[in-house]
Every structure is written in structure tokens, then in C-alpha cells.
Design a protein around this ligand. Structure first.
Ligand code: DC
Length: 233
């Protein structure tokens, strides 16, 4: 394996932004990439999920954009990375496992569609990225949060492949589900995330598309590193 850390002077302080639909492999790829580069990993989806978890627990409706935005502004969301695990905290509570449950997943698209919620989150995300040396991933990191990112990637994969990845993850978590259910859920979220009014998922100008359908995670990371080397040479 090539050691990207050899090129550190050239890579210092850069912003890498990775967007793509649910199950395209963004989280694992971004985390591994950040590790290879010695960068911070920013999982923006986890922030929307943490807010959704908090709202459901506090009886705040996913349709109440004003209340949700107040929570997003006032309640701290923090990350701690320990080797392979990216822990997420909201209001000091470790919600790493809770934010991946089907209940949160079903509600997160509605929560994240509110303009005022997105505005509050973008402020937090830009603040986390202000020193650079960050790999951010989500739906709008390359279009809205960091439109001047040094390298932009759009990850994609077929619905079938993304659904089988989700099935594997959920089965490992002990959740009982089927490939058909996951395909339906992925299609539902694609539709909501791509067609919403504010910051819909789309490919940023200048982004590289990487179709991961037939790639391994390691292959994806190596491929993106080769793109980064090419762009930042
Ligand atoms: O990547 P994920 O599945 O953890 O994201 C969860 C949801 O959060 C996704 O359905 C849409 C929303 N999201 C968003 O609107 N903007 C982002 N930058 C990241 C995620």
C-alpha cells in the first residue's frame, strides 16, 4: 500500500468533500481516508441523525423546523474518534448506536429537509472545518458547506448494491430486515434527499464521480487517494 503521509506538506490544511446517496460507502471511505491523511473526519449525516434522535426522544415533531433549528443551534453535537469507531454525542450523551436504528433512519430525511435546520448545521460544520485538514461527507458538503473544497467526490452505486450493504450493516446490529425492505428504504431516501427544496443531493461542479458498485472499500480509498494526488500535485 502506498503511504500518502509521505506527501504531507502538500496536503496540509486541505478540505476533501465527499457526497453521495445512502449506502454509497461514504462513511467508511471518508473515515479511512481521513486516517490515511491524518485528517479529521466529519460525518455530517451523523449530525442530522443525532438531532433526529434527540427530537424523537424529546417529543419534538420531525415537521417542526423552528423547534428543531433551535435545538440544532443550542445543543452541542460532538465527535470522538477512537481507532475505527467514530463516536457521536448530543448534549453529552453517546448516541453512536442509537442514531443508526431504523426509527431514526425513517425520520432523518424529514428533519434534515428544513431550511432553518440546515442553516444551523452548516454553521457548526464550517466551524469544524475552519482549520482545514478535514474529510467531510454527506449530501451537501461539496455544494453548500464547503463549495471551495480542494477535492470534491461524488460517490454512487446501484440501488441493489447499496441495499445489500445496508442489509449487512443492520444484520450485524441485530436488526431483522430484508433486501427488498432495504431497497425500498434506499429509494425512498434517494427521492427525498435529491428532490427536497433546500440543499438537495447533487453532484458539485468539478466533482469526480466514483461508482463504487464493483469496488471494495480498500479499492475506493486507493482510487480516491490517486485522484487527490492528481489534483493536489
Ligand atoms: O449519510 P446518512 O445516511 O447517515 O445521512 C442521514 C440523512 O441525513 C440523509 O438521509 C440525509 C441527511 N443528510 C443531509 O441532509 N445532509 C448531509 N450533509 C448529510 C446527511
Amino acid at each position: 500500500m502506498q503511504d500518502i503521509k509521505l506527501n504531507l506538506p502538500r496536503l496540509k490544511g486541505k478540505i476533501i468533500a465527499i457526497d453521495g446517496p445512502a449506502g454509497s460507502g461514504k462513511s467508511t471511505t471518508a473515515r479511512m481516508l481521513a486516517d490515511r491523511l491524518g485528517y479529521v473526519y466529519l460525518d455530517t449525516g451523523a449530525m442530522y441523525r443525532a438531532l433526529t434522535y434527540f427530537a424523537l426522544k424529546s417529543d419534538i415533531s420531525p415537521s417542526d423546523g423552528t423547534k428543531l433549528a433551535t435545538v440544532a443551534e443550542k445543543v452541542p453535537i460532538e465527535f470522538e474518534t477512537h481507532q475505527d469507531v467514530n463516536k457521536v454525542f448530543i448534549n453529552g450523551e453517546d448516541v453512536t448506536a442509537q442514531i443508526r436504528t431504523p426509527h431514526v433512519t425513517r425520520n432523518v430525511s424529514e428533519v434534515s429537509a428544513h431550511k432553518e435546520v440546515r442553516q444551523a448545521m452548516v454553521v457548526k460544520q464550517r466551524d469544524m472545518g475552519k482549520k482545514g485538514s478535514i474529510v467531510a461527507e454527506g449530501r451537501d458538503t461539496s455544494t453548500v458547506v464547503f463549495p471551495n473544497a480542494d477535492v470534491k467526490i461524488y460517490l454512487s452505486a446501484s440501488v441493489r448494491e447499496r441495499a445489500s450493504r445496508r442489509l449487512l450493516d443492520l444484520t450485524k446490529m441485530g436488526v431483522s430486515t430484508t433486501l427488498e425492505e432495504q431497497e425500498a428504504e434506499i429509494k425512498r431516501r434517494d427521492e427525498l434527499d435529491s428532490n427536497r427544496q433546500h440543499s438537495p443531493l447533487k453532484k458539485a461542479p468539478g466533482a469526480f464521480t466514483v461508482d463504487t458498485t464493483d469496488m471494495t472499500i480498500e479499492g475506493q480509498v486507493e482510487f480516491i487517494i490517486s485522484l487527490i494526488r492528481r489534483v493536489l500535485k
